[in-house]
Design a protein around this ligand. Sequence first.
Ligand code: NAD
Length: 264
Amino acid sequence: TTGLMAGKRGLIMGLANDKSIAWGIAKALSDAGAELAFSYQGEALKKRVEPLAASLGTPLLFECDVASEESLDTLFAGIKDAWGTVDFVVHAIGFSDKNELRGRYVDTSRGNFTMTMDISVYSFTAVCARAAALMPNGGALLTLTYYGAEQVMPHYNVMGVAKAALEASVKYIAEDLGKIGIRCNAISAGPIKTLAASGIGDFRYIMKWNELNSPLRRNVTQEEVGKAALYLCSDLGSGTTGENLHVDAGYHVVGMKAVDAPDI
Ligand code: NAD
């Protein structure tokens, strides 16, 4: 893949640490020759993100809280100042109150519903509008979703409803921006142990279940999500938009517990 992203510049949003899906994606795109910028949430994450980013050369670093229009404006003004244009943007951001990522969906509070939708869904739309203004020659937009959007998964609750809305927004954005050469896609990743995932109730059980029941009989890695992101953000994906690419060891096609899977 060396050289596949040569001459391409892109922003990766949602790097928290070396377990982040954003990190797997950053490494794959950087290895293929892309020049990167990162945005992270809050000064507290800076000391973790800075050395990681530095290990990939000298990427640009921006603080950005996607709940704030002003913060998003500042981020994209910074990208415009530094680069003028951008070729791809990866949105690897989601958030909900972890007290509501257990128990019943039906008990979701109005406040957390609104906040979850704002940070996990609207922020991608807000990012895409700003990114498109810096993509005069086309580009690629990418977000991360989960199977809990399509089928009920234990404890995923309001985040499942948010991911369903995120997946729908990917299709609308693909149509809006397709005419100006911008593609918009999602990767539906299988469960991966990250900071965000640790907030989900019984996450270890969910991982074990996927490992025992997915067609590949294992879980996926950040690196595998990175490879799929490279496809969607590079010219390899030039004919693909509005897509939800499952990188989940095939779990989404399974309708029944595997015959060889023990009870867990
Ligand atoms: P992570 O904790 O490493 O990343 C989540 C990121 O969201 C963090 O960097 C956090 O700072 C950022 N974030 C939250 N609120 C923000 C805000 N207001 N402004 C800016 N940034 C904010 O976890 P991850 O698992 O790598 O999550 C990345 C994406 O992948 C999320 O959309 C998640 O839903 C999705 N995803 C994760 C899994 C999994 O099993 N880990 C599976 C499928 C999809």
